[in-house]
Design a protein around this ligand. Structure first.
Ligand code: F6P
Length: 491
């Protein structure tokens, strides 16, 4: 946290993202306005940073009561109790949202970058909406900037064009773009009809960050293939039209210790609450999964692995339960609606096949607030993160952070960025059902001493490389680049 305050003293810091950190909704049940924390890795990572360093966060106001909570400049102080930073909401109509968010961002870029065999869809009308909403975000940045050289932190694939748009109006700004999802190889990225525009848009940034060096390499390879520019590979720098952009890996992380831990009951209590809640017998071993209902997360694959384990070893029947919490997301899109229907059908089929005194799969298609997620993690014997492809995956890190009792086993996909750091997890290939089934078996049979040893190492890793370290590294690089610019402009 100290690094954050020291890196850019007095700088005007602006975060720009599609997703907002707090959503205000009307609640029929509670007869008033309720605040929701969205299920978003980006928000989990950035929110503690903004609480620590203050500034302005510009995001899409998506809640039914969002307009009622802002002032005449569309701003609100959040978190309301400590007034740590300003949230500036921008408004997007349903038609615009269909083109920009559902269309280009989530039917085009999302499957394109994750390479999960959902064919990306590119429509000219979506692309035009994407351009116009990027311009709206860029305009909001210019309007919110208090100086001509603000530090602007652009977040994610929704806003690839914004960096160049901001650069045109604020040439002295320090613009850091962080891409929260994978970046595919040039062959794959080449499918996108507007690949040059996307890359050139991002090269308006001072720094472009990815979770891993591998994704940086893929990006540089794409620049080399599709854009006329000068690349200095040693420096990982690209120059386009006289402007230089550095490409850097910054593995994202979580707050340490997470604030949710402060009010949590001990693991045994969390466990017995879960046993009661799901109507299970006392001796049931609990495996959990928590994510958005997204086809990149390998939700069907982990259910198939539980199925395979029970078929292979029926002794587990009635002795294990798999609780999958999956927050419905982007449900307007076919691929998402289809996944949810398939998951529900598969859960019913598996429960039928291994029918005993209790169900084995418990699919909970709803959003859990962070405190409930942590309670679930703490009560579990094992957590499965089986992403088919993922930039980082913060669920894996949150599970580990919730286990200050040093128990529980993480099963983690080798295709999630987190597997590069959490090597003491049981690392699996989610496409290999039998391997995953064996990993679940091993997790549930692992001696507590081994669990503790693995957990301690992973906890130390996350503690040392927490989200403040992530933001600190980015802001220190931003500070260096500001100094360099200043010195060069004086020469
Ligand atoms: O992984 C990238 C990301 O932006 C994360 O913040 C989050 O997990 C997800 O995508 C956000 O989804 P959405 O904002 O569409 O709900």
């Amino acid at each position: 946290q100290e690094v954050l305050h020291g890196a850019l003293p007095g700088a005007n810091v602006l975060v720009v993202s599609n997703r907002e950190p707090y959503i205000h909704n009307h609640s029929a049940l509670e007869k008033g306005i309720v605040v929701q924390r969205p299920a978003s890795g980006l928000v989990s990572a950035l929110e503690p940073i903004m609480r620590a360093c203050g500034g302005t966060w510009i995001a899409h106001g998506s809640g039914s009561a969002d307009r009622e909570t802002v002032d005449e400049h569309d701003r609100i102080q959040v978190p309301e109790s400590s007034a740590a930073y300003v949230l500036r909401r921008i408004w997007i109509s349903e038609e615009e949202q269909d083109g920009y968010y559902y269309g280009f961002a989530n039917e085009g870029l999302w499957p394109l970058c994750h390479i999960v065999f959902v064919r990306p869809t590119f429509r000219l009308s979506d692309w035009q909406m994407y351009q116009s909403i990027n311009q709206r975000f860029a305009d909001a940045v210019v309007a919110e900037a208090r100086t001509d050289d603000p530090v602007v932190l652009v977040q994610d694939y929704h806003l690839a064009l914004a960096p160049r748009m901001i650069r045109r109006r604020l040439p002295k700004a320090t613009i850091i773009t962080f891409w929260h999802i994978p970046w595919p190889n040039a062959e794959t990225f080449g499918i996108c009809p507007w690949k040059e525009d996307i890359i050139e848009g991002m090269l308006g940034s001072t720094i472009v960050g990815f979770h891993t060096q591998f994704h940086c390499n893929n990006f540089i390879e794409g620049v080399d293939r599709f854009v006329e520019s000068r690349i200095e590979r040693e420096l990982q720098a690209v120059s386009l039209g006289g402007h230089e952009t550095r490409i850097r890996p910054y593995p994202i992380s979580i707050e340490w210790p997470p604030k949710e831990l402060r009010q949590l009951p001990p693991a045994a209590e969390c466990r017995s609450d879960l046993i009661k809640q799901f109507g299970l017998t006392e001796c049931t071993r609990l495996i959990v999964g928590v994510e958005r209902f997204d086809y990149t997360k390998g939700i069907l694959d982990r259910m198939r692995a539980v199925d395979a384990l029970l078929s292979r070893n029926p002794a587990w029947r009635d002795r294990l339960a798999f609780i999958q919490v999956a927050a419905p997301t982007r449900s307007k899109l076919n691929a998402y609606a289809k996944l949810q229907a398939e998951a529900e059908a598969l859960a019913a089929e598996i429960n039928e096949r291994h029918h005993g005194r209790q169900d084995v799969i418990h699919l909970v298609p709803m959003h859990y607030e962070p405190a409930d997620v942590f309670r679930l993690f703490r009560g579990a014997d094992s957590c499965v993160v089986s992403s088919l492809h993922d930039g980082m995956n913060l669920v894996a890190k949150e599970f580990v952070s919730s286990r200050d009792d040093n128990e529980g086993v993480l099963i983690l996909s080798s295709f999630a960025g987190a597997s590069r750091e959490l090597s003491e997890a049981l690392i699996v290939n989610p496409y290999d059902t039998e391997e995953m089934a064996s990993a679940i078996d091993r997790a549930l049979s692992m001696p507590v001493e081994e669990q503790a040893e693995r957990m301690r190492l992973m906890r130390q890793q996350i503690k040392e490389n927490n989200v403040y370290r992530w933001a600190g590294a980015i802001l220190l690089d931003a500070a260096k680049s500001r100094t360099r610019e200043r010195v060069l402009s004086l020469a």
